[in-house]
Design a protein. Structure first.
Length: 149
């Protein structure tokens, strides 16, 4: 089967797996995984509650439920390392956390440039538009099916 004969589901899953692998390669020597990066990035602009962080990250986590406990408070967690602090319910980046975020952000930018190599901004925007339209079609069909039951 040639690459043009493979269905979109194959390419979506294949690309997802490659992105995960590339993030591991990009951030691994910093002791970060993709989920930890996402939390650092969400907190880079402002303090947020755990609930706000969970809501921001839900689309990116399996089953839409971010497991912040281990990522923040586990043995290699961001709070444990001193990169994320908390004041009451608000989570914030500490100075070491801001430094780690800057270093990681530079690398993530390189990964994004690698991912988009050979594509114009218009091609990228059209790809996102098409994927969004396909997702909306399936969401509408699922919602319609749920209303029939």
């Amino acid at each position: 089967m040639s690459s043009k004969d493979k269905p979109i589901g194959y390419w979506l899953k294949h690309l997802h797996n490659l992105i995960e692998e590339q993030f591991d390669a990009t951030l691994g020597d910093l002791g970060l995984d993709r989920r930890q990066w996402q939390i650092l990035n969400v907190l880079s602009s402002t303090a947020r509650t755990r609930g706000e962080v969970e809501q921001a990250l839900a689309p990116f986590w399996p089953d839409g439920v971010p497991a912040l406990g281990a990522v923040l408070d586990g043995p290699d967690g961001l709070v444990t390392r001193g990169w994320v602090g908390h004041d009451g319910d608000a989570l914030t980046l500490t100075q070491p956390g801001r430094s780690a975020h800057r270093t990681a952000a530079e690398r993530v930018g390189e990964t994004r440039r690698l991912l988009l190599r050979g594509l114009t901004p218009e091609q990228y925007a059209e790809t996102v538009r098409i994927l969004s339209a396909m997702a909306s079609n399936v969401e509408a069909a699922l919602a319609s099916r749920g209303k029939q039951g």
